[in-house]
Design a protein around this ligand. Structure first.
Ligand code: 4AD
Ligand code: MG
Length: 457
C-alpha cells in the first residue's frame, strides 16, 4: 500500500491509488465532505474528498469520525483549497473500524502531555508523539550509520548481568525464586543463575572486552536503572549508545563524541525537515537554532576545576552550593551550557571520588580522565572516560571502591593480557531525542515510559 508521505511528495494529479489510515477530522459541507487522513508516515494528512455519488455516502459519513480506520480508492487531483497541493477524490471507501465520538479519547483538540501519558496506547496517533517517533527512528538510523561508516562493530551486550558497572547500586534484581515464599536470608546459589543477577545499567564492561579484540565497537540497546528519581530526565528503562575504542585517549574520546552529535543532528535535520519544523513552531522555538548551534559551533571544552571556578564566579544563586569535589547538579550543568557558553560544553577531569572505578587516574592522583557533555535544557547528555588500563592502579582503585576483584576477574584479565589505552562514552538516547525535539519531559520521547510507580502499557 502506498504511504501518504510518498503521495504528498510524488503524487501527480490523475494518479489512481489506494490509501489506508485513520481519520483525523471530518468536515461536512452541503455538496461534499472532506476527510483529513493520516497513516503515520508523515506529519501531514492527506485530504480526501467524498462526494454524494460515493456508494453509501450517508452511512459512511456517519461512521467516518475522528479515529476511525479506513481504506480509500480514488484519483488524485489538484486541490483548489489552500493548505495542500493535491487531494484524493474517493471512488470507493471501506471503514475497517469505528471510533465512537462519544468515547474516543483523542478528539480533535489540544490535550496535555500529562493526559496523553495516561493513554499511551493511543497517543502515538497524535501529531507530537508521531513526530517524536519519526525523529527517533531517523536518529537511530543515523547513529548506526555514523559508526558503521567508521568501521565500528555493533555488539550486543547482555541485558542480564552480575556486575554493577557504575557502582551506584541502582540495579533491578533478576530472579526466578518465588518471592512470596521467601523469608529471611536468600540462598542465591539456588537461584536461576546460581548467583545474584541484575538488569544491566550499562554495556560498557562487555564493550571493553570486545574493544580488546575488535578495536572499535559500539552497543546500542536498553539499559535499566532503579534510581528513584522522578525527574523530567530520568527513566528506569532507557536506551544507551556506548562506543568503546582501543588505542584512544580522552582527547580522542571527546573528538568522537563531538563529531558524533554533530553528524546525528545534521542527518535528522536533513531527513525529518517537516517534523523538526513542527517542533520548532509548536514545542520549543529554539529547536532549530539549537540544532544549528550543535552542528556549526565548536563545543566548549573545560576541566572540572575550571567549571567549579566559573560556577563560583557566577552571579547566579544555586540551590546546591558549589565547591571543588561536589558532583555537578543539573542546575550547574545547565547554567554552564545554557547561560554561560550557550552551546554544548565538555567538562573533563572530575574528582575521582565522584566517578566510577573504571576511569583512568590522572597524575595528580585526585582526578580521573572523565568527560561529560553538557547541553542546554538537559544538562548531562553524554558521560564517558578514558579507562584505567594499568592493572595495579585498577586493582587499587577497586579496593578503595569496595569492589571485590573476584567478581570482575575477567575485566582485570583484560589488563593482564595485551592491555591498551582505551576510552569510550555513553549517550542517553532519549535525552538526545529530548534535545532534538525540545520535548521537556523524557516520558514523552519514549513510547512506553517506565518510571517509579509506572509500568502500565
Ligand atoms: O553517565 P552514565 O551513567 O555513564 C555510563 O553508564 C557509562 N558506562 C557510559 C560509558 O562510558 N560507556 O550514563 C550515560 C548517559 C548519561 O549521560 C545520560 O544521558 C544517560 O546515559 N542516562 C539516562 N537517561 C535516561 N534515564 C536515566 N535514568 C539515565 N541515566 C543515565
Ligand atoms: Mg554520568
Amino acid at each position: 500500500m502506498i504511504r501518504i508521505a510518498e503521495i504528498l511528495k510524488q503524487g501527480k494529479p490523475g494518479d489512481e491509488l489506494t490509501v489506508a489510515g485513520w481519520v483525523r477530522t471530518k468536515r461536512e459541507l452541503k455538496d461534499f465532505s472532506f476527510l483529513e487522513v493520516n497513516d503515520g508516515s508523515c506529519l501531514s494528512n492527506l485530504q480526501v474528498i467524498l462526494e454524494p455519488t460515493l456508494p453509501e455516502y450517508g452511512t459512511l459519513l456517519k461512521r467516518l469520525n475522528t479515529g476511525a480506520s479506513l481504506q480509500v480508492n480514488g484519483i488524485l487531483s489538484e486541490s483548489p483549497s489552500k493548505g495542500q497541493n493535491i487531494e484524493l477524490r474517493a471512488d470507493r471507501l471501506t471503514v475497517f473500524g469505528d471510533a465512537d465520538p462519544l468515547d474516543y479519547p483523542l478528539q480533535k483538540k489540544r490535550h496535555s502531555f500529562e493526559f496523553l501519558r495516561t493513554i499511551a496506547h493511543l497517543r502515538p496517533r497524535t501529531n507530537t508523539i508521531g513526530a517524536v517517533m519519526r525523529v527517533k527512528n531517523a536518529a537511530a538510523n543515523s547513529i548506526h550509520r555514523f559508526f558503521q561508516e567508521r568501521g565500528f562493530l555493533w555488539i550486543q551486550s547482555p541485558i542480564i548481568t552480575a556486575s554493577d558497572c557504575e557502582g551506584a547500586g541502582e540495579m533491578f534484581k533478576v530472579t526466578s525464586l518465588d518471592l512470596e515464599r521467601l523469608s529471611g536470608k536468600v540462598d542465591y546459589d539456588l537461584d536461576f543463575f546460581g548467583q545474584k543477577a541484575y538488569l544491566t545499567v550499562s554495556g560498557q564492561l562487555e564493550a571493553e572486552v570486545m574493544a580488546m579484540a575488535f578495536s572499535n565497537v559500539y552497543t546500542f540497546g536498553p539499559t535499566f536503572r532503579a534510581e528513584n528519581s522522578n525527574t523530567s530526565r530520568h527513566l528506569a528503562e532507557f536506551w544507551m549508545v556506548e562506543p568503546e575504542m582501543a588505542f584512544c585517549d580522552l582527547q580522542g574520546d571527546q573528538d568522537l563524541a563531538e563529531s558524533f552529535l554533530k553528524e546525528v543532528f545534521k542527518s535528522v535535520i536533513e531527513n525529518c525537515p517537516e517534523d523538526m519544523e513542527f517542533f520548532d513552531q509548536r514545542i520549543d522555538q529554539s529547536v532549530l537554532s539549537t540544532a544549528d548551534n550543535i552542528i556549526n559551533k565548536e563545543f566548549a571544552r573545560i576541566t572540572y576545576t575550571e567549571a567549579v571556578e566559573l560556577l563560583l564566579k557566577s552571579p547566579k544563586t544555586f540551590e546546591y552550593s558549589v565547591e571543588w569535589g561536589i558532583d555537578l547538579q543539573s542546575e550547574h550543568e545547565r547554567y554552564l551550557a545554557e547561560e554561560l557558553f550557550k552551546r554544548p560544553v565538555i567538562v573533563t577531569n572530575y574528582p575521582k571520588n565522584i566517578k566510577a572505578f573504571y576511569m583512568r587516574l590522572n597524575d595528580d592522583d585526585q582526578t580521573v580522565a572523565a568527560m561529560d557533555i553538557l547541553v542546554p535544557k538537559i544538562g548531562e547528555i553524554i558521560g564517558g572516560s578514558q579507562r584505567e588500563e594499568r592493572l595495579d592502579v585498577l586493582e587499587q582503585r577497586m579496593l578503595s571502591c569496595d569492589i571485590p576483584s573476584s567478581q570482575l576477574w575477567w575485566y582485570l584479565d583484560l589488563r593482564r593480557y595485551g592491555t591498551v589505552p582505551h576510552a569510550g562514552f555513553g549517550l542517553g538516547f532519549e535525552r538526545l531525542v529530548q534535545l532534538m525535539t525540545g520535548m521537556s519531559n523524557i516520558r514523552d520521547v519514549i513510547a512506553f515510559a517506565r518510571t517509579p510507580g509506572n509500568a502500565e502499557f
